[in-house]
Ligand binder design. Sequence first.
Ligand code: ZN
Length: 176
Amino acid sequence: MSDCTLTLASDATHPLKYNGQIMTEKMNVESFNLDHRTVVAPYVRVADRKVLPHGDQLTKYDVRFTQPNTAHLDMPSVHSIEHLFAEKSRNHSDAVIDFGPMGCQTGFYLILAGDPAYDDVLALIEATFTDILAATEVPAANETQCGWGSNHSLEGAQAAVRAMLAERDTWSSVTA
Ligand SMILES: [Zn+2]
């Protein structure tokens, strides 16, 4: 890659990352600028809004299940929540772009097309979680459709989702 390309990429992308606001002394990843000691899980937080070159927008949500650095989900439960949410959320909305686990195992990132009303996003998550509690199997939990088909726990996923749903009234409250 030439110096010219590097310069262009930096100049072109940096303002877009923050919707025109130039921010200094910030890390590139939004959540790396979040003080994880100050949040109170569970919660659903807008983590990023990105306007694409042709004007389309994506919105990313931090769907936090457990208190950072205090508790985390086990990996089979994370994996099954990922499969269940990815499949069942799309029965409720065609705006779902992605639902993926955080490496710290404390939550997930949900990416939606557009900039939906926050309460509608909570309703989508609640409806999907309700589906997960009613599920009798984890979709695509096999060696044909998944990279680690035996690494699943429907019971674990449902327990985590049940605990998250029990706190539904406080999802919008991110900090104490
Ligand atoms: Zn999988």
